[in-house]
Design a protein around this ligand. Structure first.
Ligand SMILES: [Zn+2]
Length: 755
């Protein structure tokens, strides 16, 4: 019986029906029916241990003072977290790395013409926010890994500052060469803005929070509501993470004290120009002083001005100086050895450092992970030890560029490739809906977990609540049909933006990123107002979604740790790949058509004739026509994988099994499954960014956090590098062929036909 029908029943009947559903007979991938029943019983004990008061108390403790990388309270938090893990029976240590972390010595942004205005660059304390007054410990508002610089230039408004915005500027005869680019937050990860501005010749970059995207246009501002106030500004890293994350001085190796470090002048992930973030109260005088063409309609924000593009007459002076020091990053690593397959590691992490007090980002996720770890530790003490080894990781230095997780994954790369099975990440968490991304081999595991976790506000499963929301918000009838009928959660592909990146995209470990959100209200992100006071008013006042999160990730950890066969499936992944192939084929076709169409309009002078003659208009230049690409190798490889996946499904249907001789087959199968994600990586990595080795998932070179699937091929098409696109199709096809062969071998093992 479905829950949908139950809604129509009278309350008493519904209660009976619901409790009748609780028996432990729902299947769990990787478990026999009898073992699934035991696992459900264990998870019921786990749920019974959940206590919201712990989350509240730990959040209050961990966000009581600013705790950025290298600060004294960051060290105290690491030690506190380690002491908790120890008290719950984990074998715990703090692993320290030495990482480059610039902090500001001097910050100046001033309008020098046509009038004068000095940006305040300051978030004022509020009486309603108890920790906002800890000014002596707060990091000022800045972007980490901006270079030092002292520049003056005419200002140009570049909208979100992504590549397409510069095409629009060019049409209007505006260029940023020798000028300062002013971009609003949004539209891409922040680090893309100075990168693209520098590529177009800008000498400086300012990023501001426009109230349309992040402020009063969204809702009441803090302290009345949750949203960003006029003086709130967004700190954040601008390291060129699509090249590689982690310590800039030790790419590819762990930043231990004795590690070989490259020279600062050889670092390839600093910005090329100075960049600083400002609030909208500081942005307003600068934008108001701009002349030149009026900005296109969708470039206009919510400030009370007409948005102009410039350049000038607004002229801006920027001066930035940083203290380029090396500081310790402290990762807390806590192990619970498995009883049976101790050499298989289930990894689970969340960072502990914040930009300032960081109650939401990252402590809301950290405290849920701690509660989960406490319960699992207590179950182990009471005799229910996990079959595989569980490793909890509280990362430091995430905010600067995934420093703690990347250095740890690099330092332990060989062990991880040998023992790592799955890494489960989380970060900020708040009221709302289950949001989950990851490797597409894990969709059934994820769906079964979401089926078994209760939504605290609506008293249905979090799976059902998510599905209903998808149906309500569906943008098309097809999307609605899929939301209604597709049995499994479709995982989002992972780009970057949190600590899963070094595990998935560098090491090749299957990965998930899990959190709740969507109802907490935004606006405190990376500001001094991301505080206990803000979080307990807006984020998740009752910490109910902290518990939902712990129940979700706790189940994922327990099922992965206790499964008799690792809960990995291949048909879901093969189908996802064939969707990506469709997208790529359409993208190539669309790009080809667009070039042809534009060339025709250029030839007919249609752009000039259509333009307003009183305004500057520069028509686009003709481009060489695009060739047809040969997708056949990719089609063949994916077809082969679909065949192997079906083959595996049939062969593995009999496993796990209670039959006396099954255990040997199960163990052999696990050995083959646990390393399979690594087959999707290549040691050579992606073009121009060898650190990123995964051939299916990567953060976009020009999107930053946003994912590019089949990135070698997709980005070559987007960049119109046709011969590279053909080469990459060959490369990815071979990778998928190898993967299909490995799935085929797993099928053989499942059948018991091992050599
Ligand atoms: Zn975070």
């Amino acid at each position: 019986m479905t829950r949908r029908l139950l809604i129509l029943l009278p309350v008493a009947a519904a209660v009976v029906a619901l409790s009748a559903q609780t028996p432990n007979d729902k299947p769990i991938l990787g478990f026999t029916a009898a073992n699934a029943a035991k696992e459900h019983a264990l998870e019921a004990q786990f749920d019974a241990k959940m206590n919201r008061d712990n989350l509240r108390a730990w959040m209050q403790r961990l966000s009581a003072r600013p705790h950025h990388l290298g600060s004294d309270y960051d060290r105290q938090n690491a030690e506190f977290i380690a002491s908790l893990f120890r008290s719950w029976g984990y074998d715990t240590k703090i692993e320290e790395f030495q990482v480059l972390f610039p902090t500001p010595r001097k910050r100046v942004v001033e309008l020098v013409a046509p009038e004068k205005y000095a940006a305040k660059l300051f978030e004022p304390p509020l009486p309603q926010d108890a920790t906002s007054g800890q000014t002596s410990e707060q990091l000022p508002v800045y972007n980490a890994y901006s270079i030092d610089g002292d520049v003056t230039g005419d200002l140009v408004y570049v909208n979100y500052g992504i590549p397409g915005d510069y095409d629009e500027l060019e049409r209007r005869g505006v260029d940023v060469k020798g000028k300062i680019a002013m971009a609003r937050y949004g539209g891409s990860w922040r680090g893309i803005k100075p990168k693209v501005a520098a590529e177009h010749g800008a000498v400086g970059c300012i990023i501001y929070s426009d109230p349309r995207d992040d402020g009063y246009f969204q809702g009441d501002v803090y302290p009345k509501g949750a949203y960003r106030s006029e003086n709130g500004a967004q700190r954040g890293s601008v390291m060129d993470m699509p090249i590689h994350p982690g310590d800039p001085l030790t790419p590819g190796v762990g930043a231990t004290a004795s590690a070989k470090r490259i020279d600062r002048k050889d670092v390839d992930v600093f910005t090329k120009i100075p960049v600083l973030p400002i609030s909208y109260s500081d942005a307003l005088p600068l934008l108001r002083a701009l002349g030149g063409p009026v900005a296109p309609p969708d470039w206009r924000g919510a400030l009370p001005i007409t948005y102009h593009l410039g350049p000038g007459p607004a002229q801006v002076h920027m001066q930035l100086e940083f203290d380029w020091k090396i500081v310790p990053a402290r990762d807390v690593i806590a192990r619970l050895p498995g009883t049976d397959r101790a050499d298989q590691w289930i990894l689970r992490g969340n960072h502990h450092d914040g930009w300032v007090n960081g109650a939401n980002d990252p402590i809301s996720g950290q405290v849920a992970m701690l509660e989960e770890a406490r319960a699992i530790g207590e179950l182990a003490k009471a005799g229910s030890r996990p079959r595989r080894t569980i490793i909890y990781c509280a990362w430091d230095g995430e905010e600067e560029g995934l420093l703690g997780s990347t250095e740890w994954a690099e330092e332990h790369g060989d062990e991880l490739r040998q023992h790592g099975v799955v890494y489960i990440n989380s970060d900020s968490n708040s009221r709302g809906f289950l949001d989950i991304g990851g490797s597409h081999t894990l969709e059934r595991l994820t769906t079964q977990v979401a089926r078994d976790v209760n939504d605290p506000e609506r008293n249905v499963s979090v799976l059902e609540r998510r599905r209903d929301r998808e149906q309500v918000l569906a943008a098309s009838p097809e999307a609605r049909k899929e939301a209604r009928e597709r049995q499994l959660i479709r995982l989002d592909a992972l780009g970057s933006g949190s600590d899963y990146t070094p595990f998935l995209q560098h090491t090749g470990i299957a990965t998930m990123n899990v959190g709740y959100g969507g109802e907490g209200g935004g606006g405190s992100y990376h500001s001094i107002y991301d505080s206990f006071d803000h979080y307990t008013r807006f984020g998740d006042p009752g910490f109910q979604y902290g518990i939902a999160q712990a129940e979700t990730t706790g189940r994922l950890v327990l099922r992965l740790a206790n499964a008799y066969v690792l809960p990995i499936e291949f048909t879901t992944f093969a189908d996802t790949l064939s969707r990506y192939l469709d997208e790529l084929t359409k993208l190539a076709q669309m790009t080809r058509d667009e070039i042809d169409e534009r060339n025709r309009l250029i030839h007919e002078r249609a752009f000039e004739i259509a333009a307003d003659p009183t305004k500057t208009y520069v028509p686009p230049k003709p481009e060489p026509p695009a060739p047809y690409l040969n997708f056949a190798p990719l089609q063949n490889a994916i077809a082969r994988l679909q065949q192997s996946a079906r083959d595996y499904d049939r062969a593995a249907a009999s496993l796990p099994s209670d039959a006396p001789n099954a255990a040997v087959r199960e163990a052999a199968l696990d050995q083959s499954l646990m390393h399979i994600e690594q087959v999707l990586t290549r040691p050579e990595g992606l073009p121009r960014r060898p650190w990123f080795r995964h051939q299916i998932y990567a953060p976009g070179f020009y999107t930053g956090y946003g994912v590019k699937t089949v990135p070698g091929v997709r980005e070559a098409i987007e960049q119109k590098q046709w011969s590279e696109a053909n080469q990459q199709i060959e490369i990815v096809s071979k990778v998928i062929e190898n993967y299909a062969a490995q799935v085929g071998r797993a099928a053989e093992i499942a059948r018991g036909r091992t050599e």
